[in-house]
Design a protein around this ligand. Structure first.
Ligand code: SF4
Length: 353
């Protein structure tokens, strides 16, 4: 089996009670069947507490509130009293995520955890491949014929994102490439031909006028994201205020250009595009929605850039701390909500530029 990891993966360490925004509040946690069975067999005061909470919430410990097992010191009572083995699957794994494609497994860290978001933004995003004899039972079916071609296409996208092109040229290029690949991939062997063709076009993108990254186009996008389900007002409120500033011409195309050219850590956003492409692009082997995956990755970063411009306007500056928080909240609201992901995939699948 081949496993792939971002290099910073091994540096992750949960901040536990020093975490500024613990993952033990605000979400519902589905207890897996095996853990549920274990909880039902726990005796003593802990057994009673577990049974009592489970009888109120069925399989959920916490929905929109703090986990009843998070103690006043910010530590997990289940782990303290019963041991790590008694954590449910979700709590044991988070923020570690894996995607299985047959004998190929991709690992990543969810940016809904602020420490993972920090690691992503502060490190050069590189990957390592490890051969292992791990056995994973998979029942998922995907188009295995297209899989190696899509891996090539994704490697090509990584090459573009690691090139010397300006950041806006990279985004523009990805949008064109994703659309063209979608329209022409039906014969598998075409994919490598398209990669070659686009590889030769790459240098010309630095001189290309950016057509799509304008506030006029971005307004539609902001409205789309504002219609998604949000558990907290964090992202929604920023987008709402940003929209008003754009309507009142207090934020305009010049601010967007200025940010893209002058934000010294624009590589942070480049890392986020790589992270989204890494997580989502290969999923097209299930449904062939290539353009939707590329557009979701690019436009979600555009949304995060617009939020950064809003933060700069509101606070007079923007730095990595703001970016970590924005990414963490974006990930919680969008990436961890299957309904939102489905809505956006549908939207970008249809949206024609
Ligand atoms: S959000 Fe991350 S760092 Fe914070 S408690 Fe959860 S896993 Fe640990």
């Amino acid at each position: 089996m081949q496993e792939i990891y971002p290099k910073f993966y091994k540096n992750f360490k949960c901040l536990a009670n020093n975490c500024p925004n613990t993952c033990c509040k605000g979400w519902g946690v589905d207890i897996d069947a095996l853990t549920l069975k274990k909880y039902k067999n726990v005796d003593g005061p802990y057994g009673a507490k577990l049974k009592n909470i489970l009888s109120n919430h069925k399989q959920f410990f916490k929905v929109g509130a703090t986990c009843p097992f998070l103690n006043k010191d910010g530590l997990c009572e289940i782990e303290i009293n019963l041991g790590e083995d008694y954590l449910c699957d979700v709590c044991k794994k988070f923020p570690r995520v894996e995607y299985v494609y047959g004998k190929y497994v991709e690992h990543s860290l969810s940016c809904a955890c602020c420490e993972s978001a920090r690691l992503l933004l502060e490190n050069k995003l590189e990957f390592e491949v490890v051969e292992s004899d791990k056995k994973i039972a998979t029942y998922n079916t995907f188009d295995s014929k297209i899989f190696p071609y899509m891996q090539n296409a994704r490697n090509f996208i990584f090459k573009v994102l690691n090139s010397n092109l300006t950041f806006d040229a990279k985004l523009e290029f990805l949008l064109d490439f994703g659309k063209y690949l979608q329209e022409n991939f039906n014969i598998y062997s075409n994919i490598d031909k398209i990669i070659k063709e686009y590889d030769s076009k790459l240098p010309s993108y630095n001189d290309k006028i950016t057509n799509h990254l304008t506030t006029k186009n971005i307004i539609k996008l902001i409205k789309k994201y504002m219609k998604l389900e949000m558990l907290t007002p964090f992202i929604y409120d920023k987008l709402d205020k940003l929209l008003h500033l754009i309507y009142n011409k207090r934020i305009n195309d010049a601010d967007l250009k200025n940010f893209l050219l002058n934000y010294k850590k624009i590589y942070e956003f480049n890392n986020i595009v790589i992270y989204f492409i890494y997580k989502y692009f290969l999923r097209c082997v299930y449904d062939y929605k290539i353009k939707a995956r590329v557009e979701f990755s690019v436009y979600s970063v555009v949304i995060l850039i617009m939020i950064a411009i809003f933060d700069t306007y509101t606070n007079g500056y923007f730095d990595t701390k703001f970016n970590i928080k924005n990414l963490e909240m974006f990930s919680r609201e969008i990436e961890h909500n299957e309904i939102n992901l489905k809505k956006l995939t549908k939207f970008f699948n249809k949206k024609t530029r």
